[in-house]
Design a protein. Structure first.
Lengths: 307, 265
């Protein structure tokens, strides 16, 4: 058979090529408009901005062209900018950590709580995402200001007569960020917990583990893939927050987002604004890569390859 | 697994957390009917005059209508681009497929505030396009991943055997598409459209760069109002926004039968 088919091979090659092209054509045609759109209006402007950050600098209000790293040197040599960067990283890390801690009870309720509880928790959790960020921030300011709902509740319950001054501090920003980014942490963890066989936990309990022990040694390690996704999302979203620090953080604790807005809109220093933007992209991408890397390399040993 | 697998302390903690999660939506509603020009808690008396003031405000009406218009256009653009792309990504193989999937989802990873400033820089250096077009383009970039994700998921669930059966029984391709494929992917397209609408309607970080005085979306208007005034009319307009969101939740869950949890996954 092979002897017969061999001589025919060379002549079929162009035909095979044409057939492959024809097989690819409809897919490429359908995907082309969206690909072009994103290339022109997303990839290109982002690359252009990164290029701008290393090819222009402003000195005394005058733009100077030419390859330069001055914008980045300025960012890392100035105490004020450095403090904004550190504050952004600190707040993002804190938001990610607090969100993970609060996410577990909610994720357990969603994954193991029966349909009614699961639905109630899911809808309550996700509903704030449908309200725009200004209204949510306003809601928190009405709770956290010194004549607000929190002060009132503390006074009525007798817990405290002088409420803590939270509004216009980093605490207010942290609270608001955790509030809105919590669903992005809960949902992946709930999905991961939902995939764990309940019999595994039962086995641990039957073998004499306390509820806490069963959670720490069985449920928690198996949910780490969900945790990694959620924690990196909460970190990225908090690091890029702009409106909440603006409304709740006061004028004295800006984050990188506020810095970009000031440099570009108030001072018209586009190259420096572009450098801060590039740094923000790098921070978000590296955190995501680190978390996914950890997930692939280290966690798989503990999770038995759970994904 | 029965409901008792969630222990009582965890149940209590969950209830407490749910109360805290709803608080920033509930408190503005209480303040909105307070008959006092200051934002002190608890609200005093009862009045609807703040609602009257807000509903009669020309500026508030204009920015609400503009946000509505912007969200509809952005959703249409995102659907026109995203639905064919999602179909291609599931149904056809072609070179660079996985790179294109990455590209389609990347606008959610890059900080929105950076996407916005990059677009402003490009538009202003080109001197191209009017404000509405620029805003629609910016929003469509951000809405596209939601459409692609949602529609891709529904295309993956399509049962191919049904199409083969219809074709074998003599249905022409367009009939297979409209009578067999369409009913199966419709929920995914609807979900993508709804999420896209919500993302655009609530967007701040793209609009803040591209908007101008005549094209002023609702979130920007609200931020301005919040900086100018402290009286409860801001609570009243927040209440209306929250009620609109709760209405959306009901429509999405009950009428369309889409789980809003998918917005966060």
């Amino acid at each position: 058979m092979s002897v017969v088919s061999t001589p025919a091979l060379p002549s079929t090659e162009p035909l095979v090529f044409a057939q492959t092209l024809r097989r690819w054509a409809p897919g490429i045609a359908l995907v082309l408009p969206a690909t072009l759109f994103l290339t022109v209006f997303f990839v290109w402007p982002t690359l252009q901005m990164i290029v701008l950050s290393v090819t222009q600098r402003r000195v005394d209000g005058v733009l100077i062209e030419g390859l330069t790293f001055d914008n980045y040197l300025r960012l890392f040599s100035n105490d004020l900018y450095l403090r904004v960067l550190l504050r952004t990283l600190r707040l993002a890390a804190a938001s990610s950590l607090v969100a993970v801690l609060l996410a577990y009870p909610l994720a357990i309720a969603i994954a193991r709580g029966g349909p009614a509880l699961s639905r109630l928790v899911t809808i309550t959790l996700v509903a704030p995402l449908l309200v725009n960020v200004v209204v949510r921030s306003y809601g928190w300011s009405a709770i956290l200001n010194n004549a607000g709902a929190l002060a009132y509740v503390l006074k009525v319950t007798g817990l405290s007569s002088s409420p803590p001054a939270l509004l216009y501090t980093e605490w207010a920003v942290l609270i608001a960020c955790v509030h809105v980014y919590l669903p992005f942490v809960v949902m992946p963890i709930a999905t991961a917990i939902g995939r764990i066989e309940p019999s595994l936990e039962e086995a641990a309990r039957v073998a004499g583990a306390s509820r806490m022990m069963a959670f720490l040694r069985v449920t928690c390690p198996l949910s780490l893939p969900g945790l990694a996704v959620g924690a990196s999302l909460a970190f990225s979203l908090t690091a890029a927050a702009y409106v909440m620090p603006q409304i709740l953080g006061g004028n004295f604790s800006p984050l990188l987002g506020t810095l970009i807005e000031q440099q570009v809109l108030t001072l018209s220093d586009w190259p420096f604004g572009a450098a801060i933007s590039t740094l923000l992209i790098l921070v978000v991408l590296s955190v995501n890569l680190v978390f996914i890397g950890l997930l692939n390399r280290h966690f798989s040993r503990w999770t038995g390859g759970a994904k | 697994m029965n409901a008792s697998s969630v222990s009582l302390p965890i149940r209590l903690l969950v209830v407490l957390l749910l109360v805290v999660i709803m608080a920033p939506l509930a408190v503005p509603m209480l303040m909105a009917v307070s008959d006092s020009p200051f934002l002190t808690f608890p609200p005093q008396g009862f009045t609807l005059r703040w609602f009257e003031r807000v509903l009669l405000s020309r500026e508030a009406q204009a920015s609400f209508l503009f946000s509505l218009q912007l969200a509809c256009w952005s959703t249409i653009v995102a659907l026109l681009l995203g639905v064919p792309a999602a179909a291609a990504l599931v149904r056809y193989s072609f070179p660079g497929r996985s790179a294109i999937i990455g590209l389609m989802l990347s606008p959610v990873i890059v900080p929105l505030i950076v996407t916005g400033v990059a677009l402003l820089q490009m538009f202003s250096s080109l001197g191209w396009g009017d404000t509405l077009t620029q805003l629609i383009i910016g929003h469509a970039v951000v809405c596209l991943p939601y459409v692609v994700r949602s529609v891709t998921a529904s295309f993956m669930l399509v049962n191919r055997d049904l199409e083969d059966a219809a074709a074998v029984m003599g249905a022409p391709p367009y009939k297979v598409l409209t009578r067999v494929v369409w009913p199966q992917v419709r929920p995914g397209i609807l979900a993508g459209a709804v999420f896209s609408f919500v993302v655009s309607f609530d967007d701040y970080p793209i609009s803040m760069w591209l908007a101008d005085g005549r094209h002023f979306p609702l979130p920007l208007y609200l931020h301005g109002l919040l900086e100018r005034s402290i009286d409860p009319s801001i609570a009243a307009i927040s209440t209306l926004v929250i009620l609109f969101a709760l209405l959306l939740v009901i429509v999405i869950e009950k009428v369309f039968g889409i789980s809003i949890a998918r917005l966060a996954t």
